[in-house]
Design a protein around this ligand. Structure first.
Ligand code: SAM
Length: 331
């Protein structure tokens, strides 16, 4: 097997798999209310996703995150959860994890635990039921909180993902930090990224992380932690809460130098960078040309992985923005 070093000399060992572009929420910063989804025939089936994952693991992928869309809305997803969990049990993967909106977690918590998911990320932008419903365009906060508690009760570590939204959840950071600390959850804060067409108020909602966390700094002491996860967050301890806080700052502090990720979309494309439309299509190779062709394409993807994203210019200039929404590649 070949090495997983990209054209910039970075070691790639992390694969994010978007298992569906569909979602039961319509978070306003993520996609428009009326979104067109991929036709079912374009989607990789579970055996195809598993085949690609197996091959990438053989080449050196050690961490897989399932995302979407909402991964837990794809029919029979437990088949894939179990299949990939087998790689953790066999020591071929160090980590198998998931990003979810939490709405179906109460149902899936035992299945995830049995499939060796040891920690998951749950997106939760507000603890106020009304604000939550507005941001998600219809989501039920109580259902999500029940799901998070069910996953925690299975011994699954929880990290809450909160997107920083100017004028919308800015005043909620202290309550969210205290909620996470009280329950033993980590908290990661994410700057909004300029992805996708038809998303209203994009520029108005953007707030730089330093401004978003100012109220937290006034009340609590933040000190940097050496801890690193496999993702882009930089971690801080919030004392005396004892909260581990991750900051994901694609715009205000670029984090591309040590990017270790590839992203597989549900229709079989590998995106090498969230901030670029460049991709390599694996579906035909998988369906018609065989594994040797897959291996060649993987080397091509590694070679072409961009040095960095360009979100700053894309935020400022609508003409440069990517038409792809976050639900295609997942977070
Ligand atoms: N449905 C799952 C969920 O809600 O977590 C997984 C997919 S969702 C696209 C993954 C993450 O991307 C979520 O935490 C969401 O808040 C975040 N996200 C979506 N659009 C974004 C954007 N334009 N900028 C920053 N984060 C975004």
């Amino acid at each position: 097997m070949t090495s997983m070093i990209d054209g910039q000399g970075r070691h790639i060992d992390y694969l994010r798999i978007s298992v569906t572009d569909r979602c039961n929420f319509r978070c306003h910063y993520c996609m428009p209310e009326k979104q067109t989804f991929l036709p079912h025939g374009d989607l990789l089936d579970y055996s195809e996703i598993a085949l690609l994952a197996n091959r990438f693991i053989a080449h050196g992928i050690r961490k897989i995150r399932l995302t979407g869309g909402e991964p837990l809305v794809r029919r029979d997803i437990q088949i894939l959860l179990k299949e990939l969990g087998g790689h953790v049990a066999a020591g071929r993967l160090d980590e198998l994890t998931l990003t979810t909106n939490g709405s179906r977690l109460a149902l899936f918590a035992p299945i995830l635990a049995a499939a060796h998911f040891r920690r998951i990320n749950v997106s939760l932008d507000s603890l106020n039921p009304e604000t939550f419903r507005t941001i998600t365009r219809g989501g039920d906060l109580a259902q999500v909180l029940e799901g998070i508690a069910a996953a925690a009760a299975q011994g699954i570590g929880i990290k809450i993902n909160m997107v920083a939204l100017k004028g919308e959840n800015e005043t909620e950071l202290l309550a969210m930090a205290e909620f996470c600390a009280a329950n033993g959850y980590d908290l990661s804060l994410i700057e909004t990224m300029p992805l996708g067409e038809g998303v209203a108020n994009r520029q108005d909602r953007y707030i730089a992380m330093d401004d978003f966390i100012a109220p937290l700094r006034e009340r609590y002491a933040l000190s940097p932690l050496a801890h690193r996860s496999s993702g882009p967050a930089r971690y801080w301890n919030v004392a005396p809460l004892g909260l581990r806080l991750g900051l994901i700052t694609p715009l205000s502090h670029n984090f591309c130098d040590d990017c270790n990720r590839l992203r597989l979309t549900t229709d079989g494309k590998i995106y090498m960078c969230l901030g670029s439309s460049m991709n390599v299509d694996f579906r035909k190779a998988l369906r018609e040309d065989g594994m040797a062709a897959v291996d060649i394409l993987l080397q091509k993807a590694l070679r072409l992985k961009p040095a960095r994203h360009d979100f700053e210019r894309q935020l400022a200039d609508p003409e440069l923005r990517l038409s792809r929404h976050m639900n295609a590649t997942g977070g």
